[in-house]
Design a protein around this ligand. Structure first.
Ligand code: AKG
Ligand code: FE2
Length: 312
């Protein structure tokens, strides 16, 4: 049997905007992939090659800073800020910018890391976040339109916190080093969009248990549903399990734009509840869910924390 593959879907702005029927075709391809696998690869031209080069250059600059500077990146919310120096994950380090689509937040982060300024970091982080948030919005609008829950989605839009996360994986030192650098998990976001530089490592698990390698190709963005999307769509779109394995001897850089909903409860749309689809989740607060997953024993131990948190 041929190895399973992820769907690769053309999300170039030119083709999406060319005719209404091309939007509809892309929408049905995206929906099929999301409902079957919770993930697809979008070929997206909203990030130019020049911006791509700039953002990975900016990422290297960021990781080159001393640890005592990087730890200044803090947040009240778990997994929103600096993570590193963790004995169980010696090869992993990451930093996060909250509200990364706003100039003010990116400027504050830049000033914290480089008190004397770093214009090129600031510019590329902001433009990259906006471009990827646009892709995030296009995909979520497709989901909302397909399910007839546009108004519902629009109400979440203004409460979205886009967190831009810079990730670095150091190369494994010896042959005995465990190549698993990020353990299998589902994301806790509403949606995540990942982008990797030329070194591969991300693997996604299909529902029947196969691990698929995600090839890093220029312009390819991995669009992945998070746990909050599974609850919001009343279980129609499930968050896929994924991990990072590093077998080569190169370090790896990747970027993720994670969307979280704050200051309001995510309600399960009535349109998605009927006789064939009984309600599977209760309305929930996304940030309380993050707290449950990261800080409570029950949340940490659960094999499906979103179900244990707000499942019916
Ligand atoms: O580095 C990657 O490609 C994946 C990162 C990831 O899965 C995460 O941060 O949740
Ligand atoms: Fe993840």
């Amino acid at each position: 049997m041929a190895a399973p593959k992820l769907s690769v879907i053309d999300f170039s702005l030119k083709s999406l905007n060319s005719t209404p029927s091309s939007w509809i075709t892309t929408c049905s391809q995206a929906m099929r992939a999301l409902e079957e696998h919770g993930v697809f690869i979008a070929m997206y031209d909203g990030v130019t090659q020049e911006l791509d080069d700039m953002i990975f250059h900016a990422s290297r600059d960021l990781f080159d800073l001393p640890t005592e500077v990087k730890v200044l990146n803090t947040s009240d919310a778990p997994y929103h800020a600096y993570i590193g120096q963790i004995p169980a994950m010696p090869m992993y380090e990451s930093l996060g910018i909250e509200n990364a689509t706003t100039k003010e937040a990116v400027e504050i982060f830049t000033k914290l890391m480089w008190p004397s300024g770093n214009k090129s970091f600031c510019t590329s982080a902001l433009i990259f976040s906006k471009a990827v948030a646009e892709l995030n919005q296009i995909v979520l609008r497709m989901v909302a339109k397909s399910y007839g829950i546009e108004e519902h989605y629009e109400s979440l839009l203004g409460s979205t916190n886009h967190v831009l996360r810079f990730m670095k994986y150091k190369c494994p030192k010896g042959n005995d080093e465990n190549p698993l650098v990020l353990r299998p998990h589902t994301d806790k976001s509403l949606m995540t969009i990942l982008h990797q530089e030329q070194v591969k490592g991300l693997q996604i698990q299909t529902k029947d248990g196969h691990w698929i390698d995600v090839d890093p190709a220029p312009s390819s963005f991995i669009v992945m549903a998070g746990d909050a999307c599974m609850a919001w769509t009343n279980g129609r779109i499930e968050a896929p399990c994924h991990r990072v394995i590093l077998e080569g001897n190169q370090e790896r850089f990747s970027l993720g734009l994670f969307s979280f909903i704050r200051d309001m409860k995510i309600e399960i749309p009535q349109k998605l509840i009927d006789e064939d689809h009984p309600q599977r989740f209760k309305d929930f607060d996304h940030y309380k869910y993050l707290h449950y997953y990261h800080y409570t024993d029950e949340g940490k131990r659960s094999t499906c924390p979103i179900k244990s948190y707000c499942g019916i």
